[in-house]
Design a protein around this ligand. Structure first.
Ligand code: ADP
Ligand code: MG
Length: 613
């Protein structure tokens, strides 16, 4: 009795297959890389299983990979002697999406006119790339588990797949591709050899092509640094990261204490997380003496370093440790600490030795460092050293470190000042900046909306408090008095303005820090800044939940508008009242917290009317 079962693909997989089948993607050859890397994964898993003492089916067969091609028949077959798959694993692995982040990738693919299928392996769906070249794919697989038997899985990409029992299979997996007419070149030995050499040279298992071994096994990270060529590093990176570009940064290091580590880490040139691909997962594989312990090892690095790719090899790891408990062991924590500190030190060195490369790194990955500052107390200080900001002392587009900022601080300056602004122009023309410009105190310009929380969490750097510019308790050294209202007059005017604005402001007082602006609002709340208020407003759901505003208005007694307002209020109180309201709204605009500019427009028009009367 033949018991063939028909299955349909999960909807997302079918959607992916439709794209892949009709893809005009030019580098179709990557399907070879993907199938070989799956075969290699299966071999690694087998080696691990054996090393930890678990019995496997047919232990006499060594782990390895072989390809055979038949040009006349137009077929290509991949065989591995790895762990194989059971019936249920076939259904689960070759029919559903197992990885988070993949859906975002699919969405992106579906929207693109010329989808970049080359990233397919990075999103945990590499197997399906076979359908770029094949009209039909047949998988024969036999799990390493005793008592299991073999299965055949067949699909033409559309219309689901069929599973049938298959007897007498050796352990492992055989995948046969019946090539499409336009993909017949992949049955040519020469083409295949080139592709395998290009992508799969470092696969730590022998790969045979039509009976001849083609790869040279090399665990690059175990070799000595000065023997390795730049090119070899790049090729190694491209293979492990499924990336066609070279990495942006590379760290190859060994350590003995407190724990033995051989590690080769890379930072990709592009940060795919900001490309709308969803949260990326760390892709650093953990080895013990070249045997894979855990691929994409969880807990090896803090979350904010999830953009790293590479290899960590530690001979201090017990081979038989269970993968689930791995994450919690103190050994893992030790590794994590040692690796993270080393990597942060490396970044710091790069920022000094290769500032241009560091700049590129910072452009791509600054948000990860900032996430670290906010979430990771252990490394906060080291991360603080890596932050870079434009400031009033840098040129536009150039950034400074906090350390250099501190070096430039004049003796009378006690704090590090930070000004949130959408861009440099806005920062330089902000009323909050005036007092700093006059006193020649440098101010960091923060353009990223995360920065306010970042500087708040960092809190201090080299013993200096990071202070929002609008909260700075600073006075002008030498307030310009020409035509300014006297202290008493300013006080009286402030009282009058408060009376006329009523509940719309907290206190009104004369400012000691304004030069060019007539007025500025200052949050009465000691911790709240305008940008925080803005963010809270954007997040609030229910109007009534939002804490009542308590913004104070500071007026500049030396500003002509303020001086003339004082005269006006005695002549025409109603006009002066309108001007006072407008001054308040203008200050709100400068702080970016004006709610509804339309009410202001109406008043503005009335004022214009009176001016033109
Ligand atoms: P990924 O390799 O990122 O998990 P793939 O789509 O390439 O995604 O493969 C899906 C899954 O199918 C693998 O995780 C693995 O469990 C299984 N698989 C694929 N090829 C093989 C193989 N040759 N041997 C054993 N399992 C395999
Ligand atoms: Mg894969």
């Amino acid at each position: 009795m033949s018991s063939s079962e028909k299955h349909t693909f999960q909807a997302e997989i079918q959607q992916l297959l439709n794209i892949v089948i009709h893809s005009l993607y030019t580098d179709k050859e990557i399907f070879v890389r993907e199938l070989i890397s799956n075969a290699a994964d299966a071999c690694e898993k087998l080696r691990f299983t054996q090393a930890s003492g678990t019995p496997v089916h047919q232990p006499e067969i060594a782990a390895g990979i072989s390809l055979t091609s038949d040009e006349a028949a137009g077929t290509l077959t991949f065989i591995d002697t790895g762990v194989g798959m059971t019936h249920d694993e076939l259904v689960k692995n070759l029919g559903t999406i197992a990885h988070s982040g993949t859906k975002a990738f699919l969405k992106q693919l579906a929207e693109d006119k010329k989808p970049d299928v080359g990233l397919i392996g990075q999103f945990g769906v590499g197997f399906y790339s076979a359908f770029m070249a094949a009209k039909r794919v047949t998988v024969h697989s036999r799990s390493y588990l005793d008592g299991e038997s073999g299965w055949q899985w067949v699909s033409e990409g559309t219309g689901g797949y069929e599973i049938t029992p298959a007897s007498d299979l050796p352990r492992g997996t055989k995948i046969t591709l019946e090539l499409k007419d336009e993909a017949k070149e992949f049955a040519t030995a020469g083409t295949l050899e080139r592709i395998i050499k290009r992508y799969s040279s470092f696969v730590p298992f022998p790969i045979e092509l039509n009976g001849t071994k083609v790869n040279t096994v090399q665990a690059l990270w175990t070799r000595s640094k000065n023997e390795i060529k730049e090119e070899e590093y790049n090729e190694f990176y491209q293979f492990i990261a499924h990336d066609q570009d070279n990495p942006l940064l590379r760290l190859h290091f060994n350590a003995d204490a407190p724990i033995a580590i051989q590690s080769l880490l890379f930072v990709p040139a592009r940060n795919v997380e900001t490309m709308g691909m969803g949260r990326i997962e760390s892709e650093v594989n953990l080895y013990c003496r070249k045997v894979l312990i855990q691929s994409k090892a969880k807990g090896l690095f803090p979350e904010w370093l999830r953009f790293l790719k590479g290899v960590v090899d530690s001979e201090d790891l017990p081979l038989n440790i269970s993968r689930e408990t791995m994450q919690d062991t103190s050994l893992m924590q030790k590794l994590n600490k040692a690796l993270t500190s080393r990597f942060l030190k490396f970044l710091n060195e790069q920022s000094e030795q290769n500032p241009e490369t560091y700049d590129k790194f910072y452009d791509e990955y600054h948000r990860f460092l900032k996430e670290g500052v906010v979430t990771d107390f252990t490394h906060r200080e080291a991360l603080g050293k890596l932050l870079r900001y434009e400031s009033s002392s840098t040129e536009k587009g150039k950034r400074t470190s906090l350390a250099d900022y501190v070096k430039r601080m004049p003796e009378e300056q006690k704090e590090i000042y930070c000004l949130m602004a959408p861009n440099r122009e806005a920062a330089e023309s902000s009323p909050y900046f005036e007092v700093f410009r006059e006193r020649k105190f440098e101010v960091l310009f923060l353009y990223d909306e995360w920065d306010e929380f970042v500087t708040e969490h960092l809190h201090t750097f080299e013993g200096k408090t990071l202070k929002p510019a609008e909260k700075a308790d600073l006075n002008l050294n030498d307030p310009k008095k020409d035509g300014a209202l006297s202290e008493e007059a300013a006080k009286a005017l402030a009282a009058w303005i408060k009376e006329s604005l009523g509940e719309r402001v907290g206190e009104v007082r004369a400012s000691q820090r304004l030069v060019d602006s007539p007025a500025v609002i200052v949050d009465a709340d000691r911790y709240m800044t305008s940008s925080m208020r803005r963010m809270l407003k954007a997040m609030k759901k229910d109007e009534s939940e939002f804490p009542a505003e308590k913004q104070d208005l500071e007026i500049n007694p030396a500003h002509p508008i303020i001086a003339r307002l004082d005269q006006m209020r005695q002549k025409d109180a109603s006009l002066a009242g309108q001007v006072a309201e407008q001054i308040l709204d203008n200050a709100r605009v400068a702080a970016g917290v004006l709610e509804d500019p339309r009410t202001m427009l109406k008043r503005m028009n009335q004022l214009l009317e009176r001016v033109l009367a």
